[in-house]
Design a protein. Structure first.
Length: 115
């Protein structure tokens, strides 16, 4: 499981680098409305960085889904807080069933109770 996390972090770093190393299209959003002749893309050949970014994005998504599924199915990997552990060990209080007649429940007195 830790091996998958290490691979996931490496893929994340490589994906960030591949996105940052790519050059921009040049026109951005203003080119869409400014009368550019090439509306949807313009390069016929994809570069190595584009292919690498696509591959890394695919691996990133698959690893994200895989780690999500594996983590949800492995309760031993979930860490509980101290309060959650105490709550799991404390016995549940039993509640008396309520009467449907609308009458108040009888008051119980504690023997030798406080005044």
């Amino acid at each position: 499981m830790i091996f998958l996390y290490v691979i996931f972090i490496i893929v994340c770093v490589l994906l960030m680098l591949s996105v940052l190393l790519q050059s921009g299209k040049g026109e951005g959003l203003s080119g869409t409305f400014g009368g550019s002749a090439q509306f949807m893309g313009g390069r016929a050949a994809t570069t190595f960085l584009t292919k690498m970014t696509t591959a890394l994005a695919t691996v990133f998504m698959l690893l994200s889904i895989l780690l999500s599924v594996l983590t949800s199915r492995a309760p031993s990997l979930r860490q509980r807080t101290e309060a959650q552990e105490r709550m799991m060990q404390t016995p549940q209080a039993q509640v008396a069933p309520s009467s449907g007649s609308g009458q108040a429940a009888p008051v119980q007195t504690v023997p030798g109770g406080a005044k």
